[in-house]
Design a protein around this ligand. Structure first.
Ligand SMILES: [Zn+2]
Length: 166
């Protein structure tokens, strides 16, 4: 069973997630405040640093943590057994991380509670977003979704809104 901790950090109330189990940890989206993140990971062997996409508000502490833990981000070592799902739309490099055993999805700025990510950035694609939403609709309803900003939700609830965008 994964333990999921969230640090809500600047610059845009970003959710930095720390997943842990058996003394190992994964950091997802180290947005800022490296010291807080390092403190939250004390006692764990940080095995991976994952980022959902390269927007500035998700990676503010990335370089510092890579240096501190001697890791590169997105090495995809499959710690805790996750699936990397390409979910472009908000940005062309947007990915989500799905942990099937715990049925949890870390969606970055792809899906939020009661909404989806903006697609009006230069590197966004509304068409890719629609295809990503259609693709994720085939995943189980009882997945808990942990977005890059705001509270968690579940996929069943979000699927109800998706058809609005198609
Ligand atoms: Zn973003």
């Amino acid at each position: 069973m994964l333990k999921i901790d969230v640090l809500v950090l600047p610059p845009l109330e970003n959710n930095c997630y720390i997943l842990s189990c058996d003394k190992k940890a994964i950091i997802i989206d180290p947005s800022s405040e490296k010291d807080k993140i390092i403190k939250a990971c004390e006692g764990y062997d940080v095995a991976e640093i994952l980022i959902t996409h390269h927007h500035f508000d998700h990676v503010g502490a990335l370089q510092d943590l890579e240096n501190y833990y001697h890791l590169n981000h997105n090495e995809f070592k499959n710690t805790f057994g996750y699936e990397v799902i390409k979910t472009p739309g908000h940005s062309n490099d947007s990915i989500s991380f799905y942990f099937p055993k715990d049925k949890v999805l870390f969606s970055g700025d792809f899906i939020f509670k009661d909404g989806i990510g903006r697609t009006d950035f230069p590197e966004s694609s509304p068409l890719d977003m629609i295809n990503s939403l259609k693709m994720i609709s085939s995943y189980p309803d009882d997945i808990t979704v942990y977005p890059g900003h705001g509270p968690k939700t579940d996929l069943a609830q979000e699927k109800r809104h998706f058809s609005y965008y198609f």
